[in-house]
Design a protein around this ligand. Structure first.
Ligand code: ADP
Ligand code: MG
Length: 668
């Protein structure tokens, strides 16, 4: 069917087939499923005056003068003046001297290409034609295979096998969810005649991928539910736990504790994700889960991504659980480390808190019953798997302060149950956020200095540690020196990832103790750090951070009843940056910000899909469409509820496509 070699297609010779095979494209099917990575919309001509810098556009123009030929820096350039009723434009071709014979003065053509607006408008390397080209697919550029070669090869394949493309989805499903057949979807995904046709095609392909993926998710979930885990006894734990806290839990926290209690009582391992905005009080929830384990004589482990955070947790836990708390981190002395390992191995450590150091081979638990991973996105799949192996089907809770939009969570955490803390502890005031123009930068630092005199601490975050010759970007070292000069009476300190652990610890300790006014730092303080007296967060080079990251950074302040401020400083101005800054000033809601981030950046960037390759990418392309996800998820469950030839066939297809990937992505 589609498993035939490319060379069997007329028009694809052995040389081109060889080039494709280097891309992993060996069969006709492989090629047809290499969907365009983008599309250029040349369905209508844009008036020259309305062209936008950097975008691709079609214009309808009259060639108004002779072409000119230049040589610059080893390149040739051809330029031709052109115009429409609204304005003038220059058509420019680099290294395409043969174009000169193709253009005649006075001729009217459609020219399509990238717009550059600098000393007037120009169009770079435009194609030209007598009719509008419509929607043009764009394939990955690789040496030896240009766009034309992609298009011609795919077209040739479609021509020869189109009526033989098998339909994997049952007809009833196509009808119920209004899906076009696969053959049509492939044709329109490569050569759409309209936006609508393209949309239908992509939707169909996304639906299939998502459906097959959800089939695997459901199967895996069923498998987990068959496993035996420890059934914890939770009676009395909540009362004892709450009496040990210095605050009363919020309603949201209580609800989540309840959900966790139910999970832990069940004789199957808990597999739960806790999402809660920065400062919503996830640590208390982690404590409870570990308390339940301890009450049943089992050990609990809390995995933190940084030493700063692990220490902070150990300190908090230590205040309540005393001697039974043990900290393990990479930078420990040999003797300390051996003591800790001993306590973990003999079971006298009930609350084991640590960094990646916990994953090492020689860390052996006496009886590990529950694992909590803080800031889960900082850990890889393998790391969590390694941790799970240290117990016998232990319960697992992963916590995240990077709220994931529901649509994406469905895909990324298909097999995890999700709890959400959607409420901040009482008395918190939302952080006031503003954008600081360059002209007000010094005033802002004067304000920070005056606040320091009043005992209010600040963070100043820079995107880089050191100055670089190549890119202009605020750095910790340069800013620290500048600020010390600018405000000699303020106590500044530096904190960044290249400092020694002991030094970082010393600085953090001093900052917590109020001996430092302003911490000039990097994103090392992005996660978890809790210093309630720090009320100002200034972010230099804010355009260099993603929205979710800015939100995380802002979350370091506003941790007490005092009004907190976030100041965003940024250099270049462009549409996307402005929009992010605006979002930051308009909302403090992590979920709303995450949703916006998803819209602005697309799902690919959101959670490192790169490691999942093409499969991951094609799967995530459906992540923007909540309705599609819900339908596909329902369809998967329906299919599995009805055993039969059809479900068996789809299960097989699903395992082929996503069987190996799932463990990776579900836990990412
Ligand atoms: P995050 O969800 O960002 O990890 P933390 O667990 O660090 O948040 O909690 C932030 C701060 O809020 C901590 O000082 C914690 O003691 C405090 N806190 C947590 N829950 C409550 C509550 N219900 N009432 C008052 N303070 C709380
Ligand atoms: Mg936290």
């Amino acid at each position: 069917m589609l498993d035939i070699p490319l060379t069997s297609i007329k028009g694809i010779g052995p040389k081109r087939a060889e080039l494709f095979s280097q891309l992993g494209v060996c069969s006709v099917g492989d090629l047809l499923f290499r969907l365009p990575r983008d599309y250029l919309d040349y369905t209508k001509a844009t008036p020259i005056t309305q062209l936008v810098n950097g975008q691709n556009a079609a214009v309808q123009v009259r060639i108004s003068g002779a072409t000119r030929f230049f040589r610059t820096k080893g390149m040739t350039m051809l330029s031709a003046p052109a115009q429409d009723e609204t304005g003038k434009i220059t058509l420019k071709w680099f290294n395409q001297p043969y174009r000169s014979s193709q253009l005649k003065i006075g001729e009217i053509v459609y020219a399509c290409g990238r717009v550059i607006k600098k000393n007037g408008a120009s169009l770079i390397n435009p194609s030209f034609s007598q009719a509008l080209p419509g929607i043009v697919p764009v394939y990955p550029t690789v040496k030896g295979v240009n766009q034309r070669a992609w298009r011609d090869s795919i077209y040739a394949c479609l021509e020869s096998v189109w009526d033989k493309i098998p339909e994997p989805l049952p007809r009833t499903l196509l009808e119920r969810y209004n899906l076009v057949p696969l053959a049509l979807a492939l044709r329109h995904a490569h050569f759409p005649f309209s936006r609508e046709a393209l949309e239908l095609a992509r939707r169909r392909l996304d639906f299939e991928n998502t459906l097959l993926y959800f089939i695997i998710v459901e199967l895996q979930k069923a498998e987990r539910l068959r496993q035996n885990g420890f059934s914890f006894d939770t009676s009395g734990v909540l009362e004892r736990f709450t009496s040990q806290l210095s605050f009363s839990l919020t309603r949201a926290q209580l609800r989540v504790l309840d959900e966790i209690g139910i999970d832990m009582r069940k004789p199957v391992p808990m597999n739960r994700l806790l999402q809660g905005d920065v400062g919503s009080g996830k640590t208390a929830v982690a404590m409870y889960a570990l308390c339940v384990a301890a009450a049943n004589g089992k050990q609990g482990a809390l995995l933190a991504p940084t030493e700063i955070l692990a220490e902070q947790h150990a300190q908090n836990f230590g205040e309540i659980f005393g001697e039974t708390v043990v900290l393990l981190k990479g930078s420990m002395k040999k003797k300390q480390r051996e003591e800790a390992l001993e306590k973990i191995a003999n079971g006298s450590a009930l609350f084991v808190i640590g960094t990646h150091a916990l994953l090492s081979q020689d860390v052996r638990f006496y009886d590990l019953g529950c694992i909590v991973t803080d800031e889960q996105h900082r850990f890889g799949v393998r790391q969590r798997a390694a941790m799970l192996e240290k117990g016998v089907r232990p319960d697992m809770l992963v916590m995240s302060a990077t709220p994931i939009p529901r649509t994406l969570a469905l895909i990324l955490y298909g097999d995890l149950d999700i709890s959400v803390i959607d409420e901040l502890p009482p008395g918190r005031k939302p952080v006031k956020t503003s954008v600081i123009p360059a002209s007000k930068r010094e005033d802002m630092y004067a304000y920070i200095a005056s606040q320091a005199k009043e005992g209010v601490q600040s963070y100043v975050v820079c995107p880089a540690i050191e100055e670089s010759d190549t890119i202009e970007c605020p750095s910790v070292n340069a800013l620290y020196t500048e600020l010390k000069k600018m405000q000699p009476e303020t106590r500044f300190a530096k904190l960044h990832g290249q400092m020694k652990e002991a030094e970082k610890e010393r600085v953090m300790h001093a900052f917590r103790a109020g001996e430092i006014d302003v911490l000039v730092t990097t994103t090392v303080i992005e996660v978890g750090v809790h210093v309630p007296n720090a009320c100002i967060m200034a972010i230099e080079g804010a355009e260099r951070f993603g929205l979710s990251q800015l939100h995380q950074l802002r979350g370091r302040v506003g941790r007490s009843a005092k009004q907190a401020y976030c100041f965003l400083l940024y250099g270049v101005e462009n549409q996307q940056d402005n929009e992010r800054m605006l979002t930051m000033t308009q909302t403090n809601d992590g979920f709303e910000i995450a949703q916006k981030d998803l819209l602005l950046r697309g799902p690919g960037d959101f959670i490192g899909t790169r490691q999942h390759g093409d499969d991951g990418a094609s799967l995530l392309s459906g992540a923007m469409d909540a309705k599609l996800l819900e339908q596909a998820s329902k369809a998967a469950r329906d299919l599995l509820n009805h055993s039969g030839e059809e479900s068996a066939r789809l299960i097989e297809l699903a395992s082929e496509r996503y069987g190996t990937m799932l463990n990776d992505i579900a836990m990412n």
